[in-house]
Design a protein around this ligand. Sequence first.
Ligand code: DAU
Length: 343
Amino acid sequence: MRILVTGGAGFIGSEFVRRTLLDSHPSDEVMVLDKLTYAGNLANLEPVEGLARFRFVQGDIADRDTVQAALHGTDAVVNFAAETHVDRSILDPDAFVKNDVLGTWILAETARASGVGRFLHVSTDEVYGAVPTGASLETDRLDPTSPYSAAKAGGELLVLAAYKTYGLPAIVVRGANAYGPYQYPEKLIPLHITNAIDDQSLPMYGDGQQRRQWTHVSDFASAVDAVLRRGTLGEIYNIGNPEPEALLPVNMEISRRILSVLGKPESLIEYVVDRPAHDRRYRVNLDKLGALGWQPEWRFADGLDATVQWYVDHPHWWRPIKSGEHHRAYYARNYADRSSFAR
Ligand code: DAU
């Protein structure tokens, strides 16, 4: 199979590429199309760089000509390309509409015209909105709250419309929070690990009691692979971690664990003004994914400790990012006005 992986230099996309080429499908060919925005990083693809079965093209999914050229001879498309960070979507929503709605549409439309056999679009569990109890089913109504999740909802609805209207052979996955090696240090886990290593404060939004369904990036990528190969066209599949909720701690407990593994004081945790429209809890039902024979390999408790160790061992990967002008400007913009307050 020849697969076009868009956004393949990002966190989950590059894990999917490394796994496909090096582990699970040694005769597949992969072409990565990635715009290399701030979060795309060629260093994530170093392990596959020299392989004859791998090619990289820099480009935008919203650029029809680039997409058309990249699609030549492609059997399947997996679309990871997206703006993904909720806080950035609050500061700069236009970029999310452009990439996650219009870019997704142009990619889907061009893929249909070129006759690909399968088009897997990676969406998010945030399209369901917060779920106070229970777990979201793929049939539940969508209720996105942030510009990010609303843009992702728009993108996936367009992909499904292309399936229904034009016969695009599409499948959608809705993923829970991923964590693990190579995650850009703006998300909760890598931000708090790298801040803690440097004895900087760990900004905690609101009361820190929000809960996510933390899924190791390698399990996320194996779930995408299972859906790509065994999923039914026109269907939606949730992706997440099936561990009981008691084993998936709230934000505050995660940050405490990070500090304890690193031997740092809890006084580094700093309560800051909450994210607007902050969803308190997500959890998805995984029966449909399980029916494809997918099983995760990581328990969160082990995965978190291993991730802390990965960032300790790979400062050459994240230090240039955190000391770079782009990250520093974002950090100042997002956190400077969130003056801390005592609880
Ligand atoms: O649910 C899937 C989604 O998970 C993905 O679709 C998104 O691309 C991804 O960014 C992620 O969204 P979240 O908003 O849940 O992830 P984030 O790491 O930004 O935040 C996780 C939790 O930690 C959330 O409750 C907000 C909180 N938080 C986050 C940051 C960055 C803090 O308390 N302090 C922080 O500095």
